[in-house]
Design a protein around this ligand. Structure first.
Ligand SMILES: [Zn+2]
Length: 110
């Protein structure tokens, strides 16, 4: 299997393409204005949404789905994947992290 970054790009383009006809004229004019000014407003919206999702992800253990206490020193977060498509997984403890890594090892071996 080879890495296919353009495939991911196509998917994203498709989703955004679907979203545009759903906007009314006023929203489109606002978006057009923002983009002409460098898209700062749009960038902020996207940044905020990404932060929200990343926060949500780190609230639940990726292995056992337990709630994560973000003040606990026993939690672990694994960051992996290529730099343009980083993935994050948080674990409630060493056991869950180990189990997750073991699974990945098995999948990689096939
Ligand atoms: Zn867990």
């Amino acid at each position: 299997m080879t890495c296919t970054p353009t495939y991911r790009g196509d998917i994203m383009g498709y989703r955004v393409k679907e979203m545009i006809p759903g906007l009314d004229y006023e929203d489109l004019k606002k978006l057009q204005f923002d983009l002409n000014k460098g898209g700062l407003h749009l960038r902020k919206l996207v940044d905020d949404q990404v932060k929200q999702l990343e926060k949500k992800h780190s609230c639940i253990c990726a292995n056992c789905m337990a709630d994560i206490d973000d003040r606990s020193a026993e939690t672990y977060t694994l960051v992996f994947g290529p730099h343009d498509f980083r993935k994050k997984a948080t674990f409630c403890g060493l056991d869950c992290l180990q189990y997750f890594l073991g699974n990945i090892k098995m999948i990689k071996r096939g």
